[in-house]
Design a protein around this ligand. Structure first.
Ligand code: HEC
Length: 205
C-alpha cells in the first residue's frame, strides 16, 4: 500500500506540467506593468504615507472636529439651527465617504499603516529590479546599471529601517529613516527619470 502511494506521488511529481507548477506556482513570471506604473501603484502612495507619518506622529488620537464644532455652535446658535447644520454636514460626509478607499482610509491607521508602507517599498524595490520590466517609453528598465541597482538597494535598506523603527514605535528612528527613503528615490530619479536636463527627461537611460 505504501508503495502504491509513493508511486502515485512520483507519477504526480513527474507528470508534465508539474515542474512548471512548482517553479511559478501558476503565476506569470514576467512583470505586468511598466516601471512608471509600478511607481504610481506602489512607490508614490506608500512614500506619501511615510511622509504623512513624518508630519504627524502615528498612533495619536484623531482630532474630533465634529465635537469641537458642536461646542462652538452651541454657544452661537439655537438647537434647531444646529440640527440643520449637522444634517447638512452628514450629507456632505456621506458624499465624501462614497469611495471605498476614503471609507477604509483609517482602518490600518497608525503604526500598522507605517509598517505596511515600509514593507510595500522594501519589496517594491525588488519588483523594480525584475528582469524584463520596461519603462513607459518602451526602453528596458536599467536593471543592470550600477546607479539604478544602488537606488533599489538604498530603497530596500531605508524601508527596512523604517519597518524596524515602526515595530518598536521609535518615532525618532522612523522619522530619520524616512529621510533616507526620500534620498533613495532621488538617487534613481536624478539619473534615470529627471536626467541632467529635467526638461528633456531622457528616462531610463
Ligand atoms: C531603482 C530606481 C528607482 C527608485 C529607487 C525609485 N524610482 Fe521612481 N522612477 C524611476 C524611474 C526610472 C522612473 C521613470 C519610469 C518610466 O518612465 O517608466 C520613475 C518614475 C517615478 C514616478 C513618475 C511616474 C510617472 O507617472 O511617470 C514617480 C511618481 C516615482 N518614480 C516615485 C518614486 C518614489 C516616491 C520613490 C521612492 C520611494 C521612487 N520613485 C523610487 C526609478 C526609481
Amino acid at each position: 500500500m505504501r508503495r502504491l502511494v509513493s508511486l502515485v506521488v512520483l507519477s504526480l511529481l513527474f507528470a508534465p506540467g508539474a515542474a512548471v507548477a512548482q517553479e511559478g506556482q501558476g503565476l506569470t513570471e514576467e512583470p505586468i506593468g511598466t516601471l512608471a506604473q509600478l511607481m504610481r501603484g506602489i512607490m508614490f502612495p506608500n512614500a506619501n504615507k511615510l511622509f504623512d507619518a513624518q508630519a504627524v506622529e502615528p498612533g495619536g488620537e484623531l482630532v474630533r472636529l465634529d465635537e469641537q464644532l458642536d461646542e462652538l455652535l452651541g454657544d452661537l446658535l439655537a438647537p434647531r439651527m444646529i440640527n440643520r447644520i449637522n444634517n447638512a454636514a452628514a450629507d456632505s460626509m456621506n458624499a465624501l465617504m462614497g469611495s471605498t478607499s476614503t471609507r477604509f482610509a483609517a482602518i490600518y491607521r497608525g503604526w500598522p499603516e507605517v509598517e505596511g508602507a515600509a514593507v510595500a517599498l522594501a519589496d517594491g524595490a525588488k519588483l523594480a529590479m525584475m528582469e524584463g520590466r520596461q519603462c513607459d517609453n518602451g526602453l528596458a528598465a536599467p536593471v543592470d546599471q550600477a546607479d539604478y541597482i544602488e537606488g533599489a538597494r538604498l530603497l530596500e535598506e531605508s524601508a527596512v529601517r523604517v519597518l524596524e523603527g515602526a515595530r518598536t514605535q521609535d518615532y525618532d528612528a522612523v522619522w530619520d529613516a524616512i529621510n533616507y527613503v526620500n534620498d533613495s528615490c532621488t538617487h534613481c530619479h536624478k539619473t534615470y527619470r529627471d536626467g541632467p536636463d529635467s526638461r528633456q527627461e531622457p528616462r531610463c537611460q
